[in-house]
Ligand binder design. Structure first.
Ligand code: NCD
Length: 312
């Protein structure tokens, strides 16, 4: 496998930085990585001698673990910066922290931070490729790539597919990155959720449809993605109660009847079972939720490989 398109040294802040052709190249590379991950012996020597730093300032289970596993599978060295227990707690600025870490000889950074634009800041102070693992409500491009990979792998193409994203649209970085990527690959995307959790001008900015009624939004959908109801925001009074929310927006056998019979169901996790999705759908044969997690390792291996100029 060669890097025919030039990914080496580039950053991934969001999917608008990449063309449809480049997204397809990432999907193809991910497919190769997924095959490698099925082997008994999964490790490749391709990034031996490279050092990757994961900078996580927000909680994470699957994103952090899958980046670290991906780096490990490609034989890179990994150092993890955890913000609690570090000198940040002693008052060191983010900029000084980044300078300090960079002086240890890092080749690529993966960052999750609640500040939109923090990946750009790390690149500015280090000159190294940076992968955005979630910056505030703004973007989460590797999650979108693994979601898109999961659909592409099952259905062959996104061109002309009807995809419905349901939930807290206002606070979801996953939705924003997916909208950019899915629209680039030709999908027709509908977003659905309570009015209070729907930003204005979604259709103008992202070229998607906006629906407030779940049954209308699900009509003839090929793919449905549930989103986490951000329970930490309940105190902000953006929706009356969880009971009310789930009565109107939960993905259940009853509501999924409106989508196509074999529509795929995705969820980026973590899930609130019984709120945005019922177990009868989350654990059904149409759900690819656990496969999304498996695919996340392959997609992140592909990105590290491409951006660090790996060769096979
Ligand atoms: C998402 C995130 O952190 O943005 N989770 C993830 O990375 N799989 C979604 C969420 O927290 O709701």
């Amino acid at each position: 496998m060669q890097n025919e398109l030039n990914f080496v040294g580039r950053c991934l802040y969001d999917l608008n930085d990449y063309t449809a052709e480049e997204i397809y190249a990432i999907l193809e590379a991910s497919k190769v990585m997924k095959e490698i991950n099925k082997r008994d012996y999964k490790k490749l020597p391709t990034l031996k001698g490279k050092t990757i730093c994961t900078l996580f300032f927000e909680n994470s289970t699957r994103t952090l673990m899958s980046f670290e596993l991906a780096a490990d599978r490609l034989s890179a060295d990994i150092v993890r910066f955890a913000s609690n227990g570090s000198s940040l707690a002693k008052g060191e600025s983010l900029q000084d922290t980044v300078y300090t870490i960079n002086a240890m000889g890092i080749d690529l950074y993966v960052i999750r931070h609640n500040l939109p634009g923090s990946p750009q800041l790390v690149h500015k102070h280090t000159g190294k490729p940076v992968l955005n693992a979630g910056d505030g409500h703004h973007a989460h491009p590797t999650q979108a790539l693994l979601d898109i990979f999961s659909i592409w792998e099952k259905l062959g193409s996104l061109d002309g597919l009807k995809i419905t994203l349901v939930g807290d649209i206002a606070h979801s970085r996953v939705v924003r990155s997916n909208l950019i990527g899915m629209r680039k690959l030709g999908a027709e995307v509908t977003v659905c959720g309570p009015k209070t959790l729907m930003p204005s001008q979604m259709s103008e900015v992202y070229g998607c449809k906006v629906e407030y009624d779940l049954k209308t939004a699900l009509k003839d959908a090929d793919v449905v993605m549930g989103l986490r109801m951000q329970l930490e925001r309940q105190s902000e009074g953006l929706f009356p109660s969880l009971e009310e929310y789930s009565k109107l927006f939960t993905l259940s056998k009853e509501t999924m009847k409106y989508a196509k019979k074999d529509a795929l169901v995705l969820h980026p996790g973590p899930m609130n079972r019984g709120i945005e999705i019922l177990p009868e759908i989350a654990d059904s044969s149409r759900s690819v939720i656990l496969e999304q997690v498996t695919n996340g390792v392959a997609v992140r291996m592909a990105l590290l490989f491409l951006m660090l100029g790996g060769r096979m």
